[in-house]
Write a protein that binds this ligand. Sequence first.
Ligand code: GLA
Length: 713
Amino acid sequence: MIDVTIQYQQEQRIFALQTKNSSYMFGINDKGRLQHLYWGLPIGVEDCASLLRLSSHSSFDAELDREAEEYSFWGGTCYTEPSLKAIMPDGVRDLSVQYAGHEITEQDGRETLVITLKDKAYPVETKLYYRVIPEYDLVERSAKISNTGDQEIMLESMQSAAWSIPYLQDYRLTHVTGKWSGEFQLRDTLLTEGKKVLESRRGFTDGHANPWFAIDDGQATESEGRVWFGALAWSGNWKLVAEKTAFSHVKITGGINDFDNSWLLGAGDTFETPVFVGGFSDGGFGRMSRHMHHYQYDYVLPNNETRKVLYNSWEATYFNVNAQDQMALAERAARAGVELFVVDDGWFGGRNHDRAGLGDWYVNKEKFPNGLGELIDRVHELGMEFGIWVEPESVNPDSELYRQHPDWVYHFPTRDRTELRNQLLLNISKPEVKQFILAFMTDLLHNHKIKFIKWDMNRTITEPGMKDHSLNRQKEVWVRHVQALYEIWSELRSRFPHVEFETCAGGGSRIDLGIFRFAEQSWPSDNTDAFDRLSIQEGYSYIYAPRTMTCWVTDSPTGMNRRSLSLKYRFHSAMMGTLGIGSNLNEWSDESIGQCAEFVKQYKQIRPLVQFGNQYRLSELKHKGVTAVQYADAAGSEHVLFAFLHSQRLGEPLPRLRLKGLVAGKCYSIDGLPGTWSGRALMNVGIELPLRGDFDSLMYRIREINEKKAGSL
Ligand code: GLA
C-alpha cells in the first residue's frame, strides 16, 4: 500500500511523489544532479532505484543522464532545452549546479517539496517546488531563482519545469491551434527527433495556441490508455518545447518564453516562475480532462459559486448602447430567466465605434443622461445582477487619455506605433498607469452596484519599448505586463470581493490557469455560431472546466457565416457551459422569448451537472457527424446528455451511442422516453439517437430510479 504523498528515501537518494493513481520519482545522482526516473502507474522507490545511474554513449554524448534532468541548467554538456540560462557578473555563461538540500513542508494545507540547488562558484540559488494534488494525480511545479550575491545576474531563460515522459514506442503530442473566431482546435502529431515548439510571442496567452500539452503512445482514447499532460499558469509570452533526443528521451520544457526575454536579477532578488502543473491519467483523455476540471474547481478558481445565466448586449446593440434600449433588453432578458445583465462595449467616453474613446472611462452622458444608476436600478428591480465591459489596458489615439499621456503606451521613439483595432497598448507596469487603472476601476465599482466585470484586451503587443527602463531591462516588458495585470486584478478582487470577473481577449486569447486564479469565467471565442462552437468547446474542454466557459445563444442566421440553426440547437450547444444569451431580444416575439425562457428553465435544472459534475466526451460516433457530451454527478445517479448531428446522409440510421459514467447495476430512466434501463445496458449496448436531417440536436436527462428490474432498450 503506497500512501505517503512525498517521501525522500535517504539511502537510495530518491524522491517519491505519490498520488492516488500515479508515482513520480527522481533522484540525486553521483554528480549531485536531479535525475528524473519514473512517471506513471504507482510503484515503490525500490522498483526504480536501479535507474539512478550515470550513462554515456561517446564523447559526443558524454553525459546522457543529463537528458533526464529535472531542471536543466545551461552549462557544461547541457545540450537539450535548458530550464535556466544565466550570465554571471563577470560574463561567465555557464551554470554548474548541484543539490544542496531539501525540505518537505506544508503550503496551503498541501505537502510541498522544496529542493535547493546551488552553483559551485556563483551566488545563484534555485529552489524547485513540487506540490502534490493526490486525488487528481497532479503535481504542481515551479522554481524560484535567487541572487544571493551583491552583483547583478542576467537571466536569459527561466522555465517553470521540465517533464520527462517514460519510453513509449511512439509519442503523440496533442495540443490546440486557432485564430480569432476559431480558437481551441485540436491537433495531434507524432514526435520525431528534434523539437516541436508551441508558443506565444504576442504578449498574452494567445488564441493561436494554448499553453498545455498531452502525450500518449498514439493509442489512447477518451476512456482508455495512458496520457501524460501539463498546463502552464501564465497569461503572457510562453513556450512549451516537446523534445525528442536521438536516444528517444522525450521531455517537455515549459515556462515564460525566452524569446526577446531577459531579467536582471539584482543583489538579493528572487525571480519566481509561474506554476506548471503536470499529470498522469491511465483513463485516457477523458480522465485527464475531468481531473483538470476538478483541479480548477478545487484549487485554482477564485470561488466555487454557481455561474449565473447571463445576458450580454454586444451582438444586440454593438456600440449603439443607450439607457432606453438597454432597459428594454433587460426587461426581456428578465422574462427569459436571465440572472445577470451585462452591458458590453460602448457605454463610456466618445465610444461610438472602435476608432475612439477607449481610455476615457466615464459614463457617456448622451447615452446615459441619468448615469448608469438608472439602468442598474432597473436591472435590480427586474431581479437580475448587473455587469459591465471594460478594456483597461488599451487606448484609442483618438481619446482624451492618449492626448494627455501619449507616453503611456509601449513604443520605440523612432518607430511608428502600430495600431491594431485602432488602438495602442498601455504600459501597465508604469506606476502611474497602474494607479490610473486602479483608480477608475475603483470609482466604477465603488459608485455602482456592479457584480460582474468582463475584462477585455483586443490587441497584441507591438513595439515593446518601455521608456522609463534602462537598456538592460527593456526585455522585461513581456513579464512585467503580466505581473502588473495580476497585481491589478488581485488588488481589485481584494477591494471588491463580491465582484466576479470574466477574462476575454478578442474572444479566447487570454485563457489559462494563471488568469483563472482571478477570473471565474472566460469568453472562449467571438464566434457564436452554435455548430462552430462545438469544436471550440471540445478543444477548450481538454483542459479547461465547463463552468468557466461562457456560451451565448445568439441570433440566427449568425453574423459569422449566415448559418441558420434552430433555437433548440443553439440552446443545446450553449447549455454545455455557463449559459448566456447574446441575441437582440428587442426584436424577438413574445412567443420566442417564452421558448427561450423554457430552455433557460431546463438549463437551471441541469446546471449543477454541467457546472459541478463530471464531463464525458462521447466520441464514438464522431465519424458519423455526431458530437455527444455527457455530464454526470459524482455518484453516477444523475446525468444529462447532449447530442448533435451535423447532417444525415443516404438515409442511414445512426449506430447506438454508448454512455459513460453510470453505475452498471443501477436502474435508470430517460426523461421523455418510456421504459427503464440498467447502467450496464446504457454503457454497453447504448441508446438510439433519433437525430434527423441537418443540424439536429437533443438533450436527455437520465436519472437513477429505485426499481429493481430494468426493461428493454
Ligand atoms: C471583443 C470581445 C467581444 C466584445 C467586443 C467589444 O471582440 O471578444 O465579445 O466585447 O470586443 O468591443
